[in-house]
Design a protein around this ligand. Structure first.
Ligand code: NAD
Length: 374
């Protein structure tokens, strides 16, 4: 089977889908691998390292498409012209918003896998790109906020005086939130956290943070573990209860998302107005509408009263070496999970729950239940 590792086309992207070490392992299994020149440059993996691992370098993604049976990239493609019919294409696809792209994939006979649709199950965990990347983003959010804050995070008792620990509030305790809690704790902060999924309380406590109790009536999670959408009344109640915690916090990190929907607005201008001067808010839901009023994609905003709202989108791109290593591990796990050793073929097995969950197009059609009739 012939794999192509594409160079990402978004100038903001820093990561690469496969690193040389994993390519070496795939080649020893029987795969052939092509890599577009410069694909790993920003993440610290140069062309020579790829060649040394046994990959063949091609000058552009387009030049590499011909004869490729598996195409790997991170972000959704701008165009799929030239991708061979029948090829298996793996990338993020933003499928809830990219109807046209899905139709294009279907029309061209490409089998498109959407990384965001890989099931959140124990079996699929090693290929779960969402988890590997948002966990790094949660870490980076705290590090960025700490660097911006005019205070230190830990308590310090010194002859020059005593410094109280900074207070950090994490809203939304999924993968990113848990890593943010752990990072803030490691840096010595006092951490509060809240999530609408009641099961999270135990996890928050086990990390040494306090769980903010807010009674919103019926809350819960879907069978995939995602939060259910709240009613406007529940959100209003949540905003009010959180306001007090925000006021006393030095750093607030919001990660609240609802899968396939717009993110809930949780911190309004009224709350920002009451926060401390110098406080830092990181909005990690900014690309899906934002949890914080006034947050901007790729830009930091300072409010009139001196609160900095930082963009928390795709923070994993700031640690491209480790992000690529983990992504590559995820792709490697996918490529080995579906590999049949005897025929030396990758089998697109729709009886497998993971494949059924993330394969959106096949045989000229959109086949995924969720997007079929959109
Ligand atoms: P996500 O990015 O969709 O959302 C982040 C968090 O925001 C979630 O914890 C969600 O409950 C929370 N949230 C939503 N609305 C909120 C609101 N109004 N106020 C406060 N918080 C709110 O979540 P994720 O990190 O992708 O995780 C989704 C689920 O998948 C979780 O249950 C996680 O444990 C699970 N998961 C399981 C596995 C596995 O079993 N292998 C792996 C990864 C994730």
């Amino acid at each position: 089977k012939k794999i192509l590792v594409c160079r990402e086309t978004d100038p903001r992207e820093t990561r690469v889908a496969l690193i040389p070490d994993d390519i070496k392992r795939l080649i020893s299994m029987g795969y052939e691998v092509k890599v577009t020149r410069g694909a790993g440059e920003k993440s610290g993996f140069n062309d020579e390292a790829y060649e040394k691992a046994g990959a063949v370098l091609v000058s552009s993604n387009e030049a590499g498409y011909e004869g490729s049976e598996i195409i790997l990239r991170i972000m959704k493609p701008e165009s799929i012209q030239g991708v061979p019919s029948g090829a298996l294409h793996l990338s993020y696809l933003d499928p809830f918003n990219e109807k046209e792209l899905l139709n294009e994939f279907a029309k061209s006979g490409v089998q498109a896998v959407s990384l965001e649709m890989i099931p959140r199950t124990t079996l699929a965990q090693k290929m779960d790109v969402q988890s590997s990347q948002t966990s790094l983003a949660g870490y980076t959010a705290v590090v960025n906020a700490a660097a911006k804050l005019p205070k230190i995070l830990p308590m310090m008792v010194t002859p020059s005086g005593t410094i109280q620990p900074a207070r950090v509030f994490i809203i939304g305790v999924g993968v990113a939130g848990l890593q943010a809690i752990a990072t803030a704790k490691r840096l010595g902060a006092r951490v509060d956290a809240f999530d609408t999924r009641p099961v999270v309380e135990e996890q928050v406590k086990s990390l040494g943070a306090s769980f903010v109790k807010i009674d919103l009536g019926e809350m819960g999670q879907t069978d995939q573990g995602y939060a259910k959408e709240l009613t406007p009344e529940q959100i209003a109640k949540q905003q009010e209860a959180q306001a007090k915690v925000c006021e006393r916090s030095d750093i607030v990190i919001t990660t609240a998302k609802v899968f396939g929907r717009k993110a809930p607005r949780l911190i309004g201008k009224d709350v920002l107005d009451r926060m401390k001067k110098g406080a830092v808010v990181v909005d990690m839901a900014v690309s899906t509408g934002g949890n914080v009023e006034g947050s901007k994609l790729f830009e930091d905003v300072v409010t009139e009263n001196g609160v900095t709202i930082m963009c928390g989108d795709m923070l994993e791109r700031q640690v491209p070496y480790d992000a690529s290593k983990m992504l590559s591990g995820n792709f490697y796990a996918f490529l080995t999970h579906f590999y049949d050793k005897e025929s030396k073929e990758l089998v697109v097995n729709l009886e497998d729950e993971i494949m059924r969950g993330c394969l959106l197009t096949q045989g000229g059609q959109i086949i995924h239940e969720r997007f079929k009739n959109n």
